[in-house]
Ligand binder design. Structure first.
Ligand SMILES: [Zn+2]
Length: 272
């Protein structure tokens, strides 16, 4: 009996997914060595499931968050406001601010309903700015327009439209309506400006940076581990030059080339 239909053949893992996994792990564990160990270990295990790219990314992230929640790292620098948040909250902010993940993907990773993400994201952002960080003093508290005009959108204090717009989570109709309304309404423009400042502040408080050299080194190391472990059936998406280098470095290819060059040399000598 053949079970080949259970396998997905030749699926690739994008280098951007590797970078995301590496950064999320760093946000969860803080320390370079520990976070690299945790994400390479988790990614290797998930790689054995032979899932597609998106499923591998989501399953690995889910496992990392669960591991960090189960055994929260103790040696984090607790002086830093970001690391005083729970691991799952650090994941949420990293996914939103560094990875620009949609609410839908975050909800799939965490196995919760997508409608819960917006209020949770707002509460976590407010917590970081106004409870954990002392920097909240120079920020205006986002609370919506003092008086709503007849055409103003409803401002829900637990999940305001300003956050939805800034996270690019509005539907097409809502976005068009808000864009038009903001042109005409100074109070709503002011609300958006206050929310934007708060969201920028959150981003500045995340110590893991998108393109930091250390992050890139970790992603490179993770990519190397992934390629060495799974390259026979899970090649990493690489450039043509990288693919050729890897192809030419294989012993069997080098041996075949050696024989080919030898054969050409003999033919060349005979024709003289
Ligand atoms: Zn308005």
């Amino acid at each position: 009996m053949c079970f080949n239909y259970l396998k997905k053949e030749s699926t690739d893992l994008d280098i951007d997914s590797i970078r995301s996994i590496s950064r999320i792990s760093r946000s969860l564990w803080g320390e370079y060595e520990k976070s690299l160990l945790m994400c390479s270990d988790t990614l290797t295990s998930v790689g054995l499931l032979k899932l597609d790219d998106e499923e591998t990314l989501e399953r690995t992230t889910k496992a990392l968050v669960e591991r960090a929640e189960k055994n929260p790292p103790r040696l984090l620098s607790l002086q830093h406001p970001f690391f005083r948040l729970a691991p799952i909250e650090r994941f949420l902010l990293t996914a939103l601010h560094l990875e620009r993940w949609s609410y839908a993907r975050i909800s799939r990773v965490l196995g919760v309903e997508v409608r819960l993400i917006a209020p949770w994201a707002w509460a976590t952002r407010m917590k970081l700015c106004f409870q954990e960080a002392s920097h909240g003093a120079d920020l205006e508290y986002p609370k919506g327009p003092t008086s709503l005009g007849p055409a103003c959108p409803e401002y829900d204090i637990s999940e305001p439209w300003t956050q939805r717009l800034l996270d690019d989570e509005c539907g097409k109709r809502e976005r068009l309506f808000l864009q038009g309304h903001l042109m005409a309404c100074g109070s709503c423009r002011k609300s958006l400006q206050i929310s934007r400042k708060m969201i920028f502040k959150v981003e500045s408080l995340i110590p893991v940076k998108e393109a930091a050299p250390e992050t890139e080194t970790a992603a490179g190391e993770l990519a190397r581990i992934w390629q060495e472990g799974e390259s026979s059936y899970r090649p990493l998406k690489t450039t043509f030059k990288q693919s050729m280098n890897s192809y030419l470095n294989r012993t069997s290819v080098q041996y075949a080339l050696f024989i080919l060059i030898g054969a050409i040399f003999i033919l060349f000598k005979r024709s003289l």
